[in-house]
Design a protein around this ligand. Structure first.
Ligand SMILES: [Zn+2]
Length: 352
């Protein structure tokens, strides 16, 4: 990721030298980390952005799954940008481990807090992260705006929330604003998540980490500053402390991907909110929610992994956007059938 134009030239050169063969497409991989999050984006110029890195431990399970996708599937030999959405271990569990195995050029996060009340292991974990970054990470703030190298179609990233701050609530009135009923304040780091809006032609992708209810409401009421979203990474693994309908309904998602685990997320309340979206044409889950019956969740052909964690093969979901940002395909695993979705015209242009 390039902070406007300042670092442009050197980073672009390094991307082009080392990236896999560019086909003009924008690829997004939702890597299965069993209820954590790890999302790899590869731009048309071959620049890579890894948002979050799954859980630590488990014999390197999540780190290995990420490295497999980075190297073997996407064909990359380094990661240009590694982003931490927030300071929970299912999101930055492997930044340090990955950095010991593959070159990471730039680290991005919301800023490192002095302490984290909900994590007794924070001091040690953050020391490992600091060491991996060599004490150099870039701080993302709400309103930051980046233009990525993209030869045919402009590709932008806007930070829409970070550290409990949100972008200005400008835009058309949100007809679903009244669905926001404030809840008790969430003092955890979930509420501080970095949320990114990526725009590429008509294709628009929203990824909000584990952002919770009240900040979603703050972002989306009374007006809708985001507009429609073609691909929505369902927030917080599909847990109902997030996915405020004032946000989910307002963005009118065309396709949704929930990064849940067999027993974490993919909650029935969130499923109900998604089902209320008439716009939704594809509703994908990384896992079958083993606690819900088949009728209570998305149809089997939209589920990447059906087994319990012990027997799970860790199948990924990939979205691939055409070079003009007019349409995109979604497939499950390397053998999966590609489903094509036509993007709708953008209602609200991303602006600086
Ligand atoms: Zn999480």
């Amino acid at each position: 990721m390039i902070r406007l134009y300042t670092l442009c030239v050197c980073l672009l050169l390094s991307s082009r030298l080392f990236a896999g063969e560019a086909d003009g497409r924008l690829d997004i991989y939702f890597i299965d980390v069993e209820g954590g999050a790890a999302t790899l984006i590869v731009t048309p110029a071959g620049e890579s952005i890894l948002i979050d890195s799954g859980y630590p431990d488990f014999g390197g399970r999540d780190a290995n799954r990420i490295l497999h996708v980075v190297r073997d599937v996407a064909g990359l030999d380094h990661i240009d940008n590694a982003v931490v959405s927030h300071w929970h271990l299912d999101h930055y569990g492997n930044h340090a481990a990955l950095a010991s195995q593959i070159k990471i050029d730039e680290f991005w996060d919301r800023g490192i807090p002095d302490s984290l009340q909900e994590d007794k292991g924070f001091d040690e974990r953050i020391a490992n992260y600091r060491a991996a970054t060599q004490n150099i990470s870039n701080t993302l703030k709400a309103g930051d705006f980046f233009e990525l190298d993209s030869p045919n179609t402009p590709l932008t990233v806007k930070v829409v929330t970070a550290s409990r701050e949100v972008i200005a609530n400008e835009g058309p009135k949100n007809p679903y604003a009244s669905l926001h009923e404030p809840r008790e304040e969430d003092k955890s780091d979930n509420a501080a998540s970095v949320s990114l809006l990526m725009e590429f032609g008509k294709f628009r992708f929203l990824c909000c980490g584990d952002l919770t209810w009240n900040i979603e409401g703050k972002l989306m009421t009374p007006n809708n500053p985001l507009g429609r979203i073609e691909l929505f990474m369902v927030t917080h693994h599909g847990l109902p402390v997030s996915n405020n309908p004032a946000l989910v309904r307002a963005i009118e998602p065309l396709v949704a991907v929930t990064c849940n685990g067999p027993t974490k997320g993919g909650h029935e309340d969130t499923i109900a909110t998604l089902r209320a979206c008439e716009s939704l044409k594809g509703n994908y889950q990384l896992h079958r929610n083993v606690k819900l019956g088949p009728e209570e969740q998305t149809p089997a052909e939209f589920i990447a992994n059906t087994e319990e964690t012990e027997r799970c093969k860790g199948q990924w979901i990939k979205a691939s956007v055409d070079r003009n940002g007019d349409s995109f395909t979604v497939q499950i695993g390397p053998e999966g059938k590609k489903q094509t979705y036509q993007c709708r015209p953008a209602q609200v242009a991303t602006s600086k």
